[in-house]
Design a protein around this ligand. Structure first.
Ligand SMILES: Nc1ncnc2c1ncn2[C@@H]1O[C@H](COP(=O)(O)OP(=O)(O)O)[C@@H](O)[C@H]1O
Ligand SMILES: [Mg+2]
Length: 259
């Protein structure tokens, strides 16, 4: 099976070398957890390897995506219209060939196929950032829309990353449906610990892969991108009280009973 590198060697090792070609993988998580930067790494690696790359952006403009990538030394501009097309669903500029006038799944698929035809043959990567934008006003349709996207885009031999939001307050998947359709799910999380923001990543699902099952702390570093820092062995917030404390309580109770 052919696998595509994510551009993060330490992450590739967790999934037997990379994302299986043709897969539709969901990146889920709260805002600011690293989904866009992970997606940009996947695209930058694709460009380095000579793949055709298409990036659909719904929450940031094309310029913002290019600027963000530049901070990690990924020069997207030099590939534009040759190996890369960024479809901008935010700016909705009529005179721009690669803007979406309407944020609908059908319009997006049409543009993606046009872009693929323009860029030609060869192995192709597609990022949809975010896919939740296409069912924003109809979350009940998430599964159906995700299934539609997977089915029609499969024929075009893309390997797809689709980001999806979690509601901040409830941690509820915003359009849960995508997770059923996806061949893989990479879960991004953030936690405030000791007065500081920490970010984590977990492979919740990767079909046909004996993937890693630990939570890993990640870091986002200027000039580099996403760094895998280390495995999370035991998280204090997973327990109501530290084990030492509960042991002491048990011990105290036992002594009381004996008196
Ligand atoms: N140049 C940079 N250096 C270090 N960290 C950065 C840089 N640019 C962005 N970040 C970090 O990445 C975060 C944004 O990550 P992003 O992938 O856009 O999140 P998401 O797509 O999950 O909402 C920012 O909030 C910031 O913490
Ligand atoms: Mg984002």
């Amino acid at each position: 099976m052919e696998r595509l590198s994510t551009g993060i060697p330490d992450f590739d090792k967790l999934i037997e070398g990379g994302i299986p070609q043709g897969f539709f993988v969901a990146l889920t998580g709260e805002p600011g957890t690293g989904k866009t930067i992970f997606s940009l790494s996947f695209i930058a690696e694709g460009l380095k390897e000579g793949d055709i790359c298409i990036y659909v952006t719904t929450e940031e403009s094309r310029d913002s995506i290019i600027r963000q990538a530049k901070q990690f030394n990924w020069d997207l501009e030099k590939y534009l219209d040759k190996k890369l097309i960024i479809i901008d669903a935010l700016m909705k500029e009529k005179e721009d060939e690669w803007s979406l006038e309407e944020v609908t799944p059908e319009e997006m698929v049409k543009k993606v196929i046009q872009a693929k035809q323009k860029l030609g043959y060869g192995r192709a990567r597609l990022v949809i950032d975010s896919v939740s934008a296409f069912f924003l006003d109809k979350p009940a349709m998430a599964r159906k829309i995700s299934y539609y996207l997977k089915r029609v885009l499969y024929k075009w031999k893309f390997t797809i990353l689709a980001t999806s939001q979690y509601a901040i307050t409830t941690s509820q998947a915003f359009g849960f449906g995508i997770e059923h359709v996806a061949d893989g799910i990479i879960r991004f999380r953030r936690v405030i610990k000791d007065g500081m923001l920490h970010r984590y990543i977990l492979i919740e699902k990767m079909r046909q892969t004996n993937h890693d099952k630990y939570v890993w702390e990640i870091d986002i570093q200027e000039g580099k991108g996403i760094i895998i820092k280390g495995k999370v062995q035991e998280r204090r917030e997973d327990y109501a009280l530290p084990k030492k404390v509960t042991d002491k309580i048990k011990e105290a109770n036992k002594n009381e009973n004996e008196i």
